[in-house]
Design a protein around this ligand. Sequence first.
Ligand SMILES: Cc1cc2nc3c(=O)[nH]c(=O)nc-3n(C[C@H](O)[C@H](O)[C@H](O)COP(=O)(O)O)c2cc1C
Length: 310
Amino acid sequence: MSAAVQIPPMDARALRAAFGSFMTGVTVVTTRNRAGQAYGFTANSFTSVSLDPPLLLVCPGKFLSSYAEFEACDVFAVSILAEGQEEISNTFASFKGDRFARVETDDDLHGVPVIAGAVAVFSCQKQQVMEAGDHALLIGQVKHFHHSARRGLGYAGGKYFSLGLEQSAARAPKQGLKNVASAIIEQNGAVYLQRDAAGYFLPQVVVSRRGLLRDALQEHLATLELGARLAQVYSIFDQAATGEHHTCFRATTHGAVPREGAFVAVEDLARLDYAVPGQAATLARYATEYQTGLFGLFIGDADGGDIHYS
Ligand SMILES: Cc1cc2nc3c(=O)[nH]c(=O)nc-3n(C[C@H](O)[C@H](O)[C@H](O)COP(=O)(O)O)c2cc1C
């Protein structure tokens, strides 16, 4: 008789972290019920399943407030988010009010709202819902889709990443320059700035190794207690005068009340005096691009450079 093998209980947190180490994209899954009410949640459990017939799946958790709607729906849609759409992901993951009032959507052929500017959108007829533990497998047959050349938003280890932009950011800086990482933290049309005798400046930190830029900046932002979440790289520039190589990220927050420094309206950014000259140019561009919502990535130096739009 073989002895029963005792399997130790699993540490749910560790399991979640291990599952989360699998790099994915980010989608928003949406539906609309017969009464016309729209529902949506952020999901990275998207998987393409079959080409013939065209099938895909996502895994809604039974904990979702909208779970019953997805379980009962006839049609749903999956929007694959693009670089720069982190805020939309956050909205559909945690905002408790009307999520659709915060983002631009279009209605698909079934009248289901889909995310404007997404990399790809799949409009599906529900084929099957299979229960699987605390989640379900929602399988859809693709009835219509569209796809653009935009780059997708990435997600790994609980953080967003933007492959195209990060690759550019990983460019080796010129020898001997100090690496400085800074953040444009935006909240309700205003940007967080600090100030000293030399002028205004973005929260920034000097980083010993380029590989640590994002983590070091995130740690620095945590000390400001603004609840800021880093998004994609916005500007990379050398500042020969100070011997610095700057990498500036975008970031967002909600409801933050700064202990020091202040949020300055985006339209006022271009007329302030800045302590860091490169940040003046970066924020002037930010103020212009904020009006259109189309943000590029600048790579260059004090004499000029290129703006890359994905
Ligand atoms: C990147 C990311 C991926 C997620 N993936 C899933 C998923 O695949 N399935 C799921 O049920 N929830 C997922 N969530 C969590 C849900 O989006 C979140 O619990 C949901 O929007 C809460 O909605 P509710 O307030 O209506 O219950 C994900 C969240 C994030 C940030």
